[in-house]
Design a protein. Structure first.
Lengths: 255, 130, 131
């Protein structure tokens, strides 16, 4: 911790129960090399104990502390104060968009978690399948024995940033589609009917806001484009290769 | 739970056009949507107005005389620019949607928008000096 | 609340948009780009006085491929525009009944526009001197 101190005004979104939402202002003298989450915690600790916010790991692993900082989705535990404001500046802190507000900065992320479950998004994957930069066939077969945590920490920043998620409550959203892509349609053919739908890949309009705000290198937009390629490929295969043995076998197994 | 203002809703469609905090590609999305709506409106107006062709030479040429003024020419210029911007940005979406050059999509955006801008300027120069 | 939204998402009939509709919109795009550049060059660049006069249009339509090209341009642009507008409306998650109404309205608008446009092309071709 350095001795430098910046005077920063935090303008924080407040919403309790059925009361109308409003903003509270807090002036902090804070080390600019601290994180935005540190500032929010200081407000809770020393200014207002009724402030609700979500946090856990403080090192961008759990995805709990997603908020909007000056209108942009950020993982506040890794967002330095000096990167988003200046001495004497203002930080506007709001909850993520497109999720119901529970209280203040806490939103109900249930819909995201349920959808991730429905597309069988895998939290642990073989190393070659975790990467999107190199296609799996470039990896030595032995590397498939090594597992690692999937990049997606289900923070919801992409869902908040997506302009289509703002107007369509049933759009699966970038994180969910990215999770489906990582599974792959050849491994999980039942996903085809979920993603090849009006609420699936075709709702994406290539705004790339999801990739811009993702703190964890998931690159959801790229994964959605790859998922589209998979969907088109799968549909073309089925067009020229009827009947559909994979779907039929899955349906038979599910009866 | 205070849910009303933060839920996805069709009433929040103005959010599509809000440039604050957007990435470059987000701005391209906004531009694509605005040009799409503008061009669609223009398309149907254009088809209606072209009906003067069926009414003969004097009817059509009178209409051409009417629109040969700076206001209409500026409007036409906007249509040309919108068509080029939407078309070239659309080309980027075409390629990336088929999985082609996705990691290069930002560079593609710069190049294609530059082409659209230059082409618009060339057309604009011609249209305003004709 | 989250479960209800999820159920609606997964159980909604898949009539809104699918691979084929979307591919149609996508594939028409680059074709339109080529034709629209030709259209812009002819109508806003080559014309001696800015926009083409009636006679200049008739002369242009003498070239055999022009009516075919313009007809194709019309079909592609109308399809792309209406599919695109429909896609924007789908972004607002309309109800099934609203979507059905939109589908019919757009289908009618598209067919009427294309029929009208092709009729106009025929009128122009018929008025070419010597045709």
């Amino acid at each position: 911790m350095s001795a430098i101190r910046w005077d920063v005004t935090f303008v924080v979104y407040r919403a309790k129960g059925d009361e109308a939402s409003h903003f509270d202002t807090f002036k902090l003298s804070i080390d600019p090399d601290e994180y935005v989450l540190d500032g929010v915690e200081k407000i809770w600790a020393f200014e207002d104990r009724s402030l609700c916010f979500r946090h856990a790991c403080h090192h961008s692993t759990c995805g709990a502390c997603g908020m909007r900082v000056n209108g942009v989705e950020k993982l506040t535990c890794i967002t330095l104060i000096r990167d988003v404001t200046q001495d004497g500046g203002t930080l506007k802190i709001e909850p993520l968009r497109n999720f119901p507000v529970v209280s203040d900065l806490v939103v109900d992320m249930g819909s995201l978690y349920l959808r991730m479950d429905e597309v069988h998004a895998r939290p642990v994957v073989p190393v070659p399948e975790a990467e999107i930069e190199k296609s799996p066939k470039e990896w030595p077969p032995d590397d498939y024995e090594y597992l690692r945590l999937s990049d997606c920490i289900e923070c919801g920043l992409c869902m908040s940033a997506c302009p289509i998620s703002a107007t369509s409550p049933t759009y699966l959203g970038p994180a969910v589609l990215a999770g489906a892509q990582q599974n792959g349609l050849s491994r999980n053919p039942s996903l085809l009917e979920i993603v090849d739908a009006e609420n699936g890949v075709w709702r994406c309009h290539s705004a790339y806001e999801c990739t811009a705000v993702c703190p964890s290198y998931v690159d959801p937009a790229r994964r959605i484009m790859d998922l589209r390629r998979q969907v088109v490929s799968e549909r073309l295969k089925r067009l020229f290769n009827r009947p559909k043995p994979k779907i039929a076998a899955v349906q038979e197994a599910n009866r | 739970m205070n849910t009303s203002k933060n839920q996805p809703s069709p009433s929040r469609l103005l959010n599509w056009f809000n440039p604050r905090g957007r990435s470059l590609e987000g701005m391209a999305f906004i531009l694509n949507r605005i040009t799409a709506l503008g061009l669609t409106l223009y398309l149907f107006l254009h088809l209606i107005v072209l009906g003067t062709l069926a009414r003969g030479e004097s009817a059509y040429d009178s209409f051409i005389e009417l629109v040969h003024n700076p206001v209409y020419i500026f409007g036409e210029f906007l249509v040309v620019a919108a068509g080029l911007i939407h078309g070239f940005n659309g080309l980027r979406i075409f390629f990336t949607s088929l999985g082609i050059a996705v990691p290069r999509q930002k560079a593609m955006l710069y190049v294609l928008m530059a082409i659209a801008l230059v082409a618009s300027l060339i057309f604009g120069l011609r249209m305003f000096t004709a | 609340m989250a479960e209800v939204t999820l159920q609606k998402s997964l159980s909604a009939p898949k009539t809104g948009e699918n691979t084929w509709l979307w591919l149609l919109k996508l594939v028409t795009g680059p074709l339109i780009l080529v034709l629209i550049v030709v259209h812009f060059v002819v109508n806003h660049y080559i014309g001696s006085n800015g926009l083409l006069t009636y006679r200049e249009i008739l002369n242009y339509y003498r070239i055999w491929i022009v009516p075919i090209m313009e007809g194709l341009f019309l079909v592609l642009v109308v399809s792309h525009a209406l599919l695109g507008l429909r896609s924007i409306i789908l972004d607002m998650h309309p109800s099934r009944s609203v979507l059905n109404l939109i589908n019919w309205l757009f289908l009618i608008a598209g067919v009427v526009s294309v029929v009208y446009g092709i009729w106009l092309i025929r009128v122009v071709v018929a008025n070419i001197p010597g045709s």
